[in-house]
Design a protein around this ligand. Structure first.
Ligand code: AMP
Length: 586
């Protein structure tokens, strides 16, 4: 398959502002793709070469790409840099330079998808001495054979900046449309994805084996399962009512969610975003080895930092310092030791995801032998709202964020990749005057004036509507930034800038700059109000109004552990609004 087919599809996808059209374009592309390479096309369309959990990223340094572009276009590096500075995008600069390339293009070999994928694969794996030269060689060879348009996308992909914003959900829709003609296969395909977190692999199974292959899909040790998420309510009585009068109230530990795959001595740890974080937490690996007796298990738990002197639990900010580290891992493990609080078992010699919570909890208690560093989440079965409130206060006093109250009913399965009412979180407002904090996604930016000239004056922030898979605006954010934050904003946002509203963004406000929904920031606010300007849960309370935040401010917390789809949902905002009204009337 020629790479030009992909490049043409990218170009159309990049130009569309309509979500439906994006799905159709992608479905067309998948239909045209031979089965053997459909996994590669799926990874490439998201700017990747492997599923995230493999941890192999394409992130060629700009300097290195510039050398390859110069070599292939017959220009000096300085010229490439100069053009890059002017157009602000190395992909576009490449396109322009390849158009003016002097060498005859008659001798070009047409690039295939396999050529491009294999070169990227080699580039991402080459390390050590000589690797810079070999990366440049590989990239130059690709560009020598690329058309200008292909060159643009090759360079963007190589830099890890393809930025088409094709979400997992769009690919699932497109796969169903491509192989069933409609969205009818969607649910089965999504289940397979939720159990494997590997869209390329799922695409291949659908393409090769059809519906039957997808139905046979099960958990595989070593492939992370997409996490189950909780809904949120703000009163103990509502929570109990929703759960049928009784629930298992578990402490909500304030740390990092970790999924552990244990297969004999070999243990892999995955973050909530399914990155392989085994190397960052060698202490957790050895503690789990000691505490878990199993030849095959998948456990979920929250890793919480503790003060080595007092044994008290530390807030999330502390353990987040241990994330993403390549150096000083051991030293940090000593400085901030962590406890793994296990709260679920998804696999224990057999798939448990379709078992109800009480069965999974029993299995969990069966395979975990508690130690100082591995514990089972504290819980209490409650039926009475006052008892639930008291248990909540107790959890807070120990440094927890609140409770996650879980259904004990027969249907209380593990809903991989889904947010549902089988788990309900009950959290405390953080500051006395603030109702809560929100995890929001920047979808646009406004240029600054006066003191903020040269950087952004404000960001347009959005909540996630998980029913429609779109981002809905909720406030303009201009407060809470340190001078340093402010200065670095344009650089931080740069990779996500596009020249039109992203198809997955709903906004009535027109910012100066549009962004692909990608980052998550923690925002505090005083109140939720109704506003005709914002699209968050629009029309749900009053026709023509959405929700807005009053006095929003950045808490300083970039939630790198959350993907944009993990942001506060529009539904959660509506629930918080309801609760706020109740509080005012009390
Ligand atoms: P939130 O991040 O506010 O949506 O809350 C859900 C998160 O709470 C989960 O993803 C876990 O990381 C965390 N958590 C802490 N303790 C528990 C528990 N006992 N059961 C489930 N999730 C928990």
């Amino acid at each position: 398959m020629r790479y030009s087919i992909i490049a043409d599809a990218y170009e159309k996808i990049e130009a569309t502002t309509k979500r439906l059209e994006m799905t159709e374009l992608l479905a067309d592309l998948l239909k045209r793709t031979p089965k053997e390479i459909i996994d590669k096309v799926v990874y490439l369309s998201q700017g990747k070469i492997y599923p995230d959990y493999v941890g192999i990223e394409l992130g060629v340094a700009e300097k290195l790409a510039i050398r390859a572009i110069a070599a292939s276009s017959g220009r000096r590096e300085g010229e490439v840099e100069e053009l890059y500075r002017r157009v602000g995008d190395l992909g576009k600069a490449t396109e322009a330079l390849l158009e003016r390339r002097s060498q005859s293009t008659l001798f070009r070999e047409a690039l295939t998808v396999e050529d491009v994928y294999d070169a990227f694969d080699k580039i991402s794996r080459s390390t050590g001495p000589g690797s810079v030269d070999s990366k440049i060689r590989l990239l130059t060879k690709l560009l020598n054979n690329a058309s200008p348009k292909e060159g643009k996308y090759i360079v963007r992909t190589a830099l890890g900046k393809l930025r088409l914003g094709i979400a997992d959900m769009t690919i699932l829709d497109a796969l169903s449309v491509a192989f069933a003609g409609t969205k009818e296969l969607r649910e089965e395909i999504e289940r397979a994805y939720n159990l494997s977190s590997d869209l390329g692999y799922v695409a291949k199974r659908v393409a090769e084996e059809g519906l039957e292959g997808i139905k046979r899909f099960g958990i595989m040790l070593g492939r992370p399962i997409r996490p189950m998420l909780a809904e949120r309510l703000s009163s103990p009585s509502e929570i109990l009512e929703k759960l049928g009068g009784r629930g298992s109230a578990e402490y909500k530990y304030d740390g990092l969610r970790v999924q552990a795959h244990i297969s004999g001595d070999s243990i892999l740890l995955f973050s909530r975003r399914l990155e392989n974080i085994t190397g960052q937490f060698p202490d957790v690996v050895s503690h789990l080895r000691e505490a878990v007796e199993s030849n095959g298990a998948v456990l979920e738990g929250e890793c919480v930092g503790v003060d080595p002197n007092t044994g008290e639990m530390l807030p999330f900010q502390m353990i987040s310092q241990r994330r993403g580290r390549k150096y000083m891992v051991e030293e940090m493990a000593e400085e901030i030791p962590v406890i793994f609080f296990a709260f679920d078992a998804l696999y224990a010699g057999r798939d448990l995801t379709r078992e109800p919570y009480p069965v999974r909890r029993r299995e969990l208690e069966g395979i975990v032998r508690e130690t100082d560093f591995v514990k089972i989440a504290e819980r209490k079965i409650v039926e009475d709202p006052d008892e639930l409130e008291a248990y909540f206060e107790h959890a807070i006093s120990l440094g927890c964020e609140g409770l996650v109250v879980k259904s004990l009913q027969d249907n209380s399965i593990y809903q991989a990749g889904a947010r549902g009412w089988l788990w309900i979180k009950y959290k405390r407002s953080y500051k006395a005057e603030a109702i809560d904090t929100f995890d929001l996604v920047p979808v646009g930016a406004f240029m600054g004036r006066g003191k903020r000239a040269g950087t952004y004056g404000a960001l347009l922030m959005a909540a996630y509507n998980d029913e429609e898979d779109v981002f809905e605006t909720i406030c303009k954010l201009g407060s809470g930034f340190t001078d340093e934050d402010l200065k670095s904003l344009p650089e931080r946002m740069w990779p996500y800038i596009i020249n039109h509203k992203h198809p997955r963004v709903k906004s009535q406000i027109e910012p100066d700059i549009w962004l692909v929904p990608s980052l998550v920031m923690e925002i505090a606010a005083d109140e939720i109000s109704l506003s005709p300007l914002h699209t968050c849960s629009k029309d749900s309370v009053r026709k023509g109004s959405g929700f807005a935040l009053r006095f929003p401010r950045f808490t300083g917390n970039w939630r790198a552990d959350k993907s944009p789809e993990d942001a506060t949902t529009s539904r959660e905002v509506a629930e918080m609004y309801r609760n706020q009204l109740k509080r005012i009337s009390e």
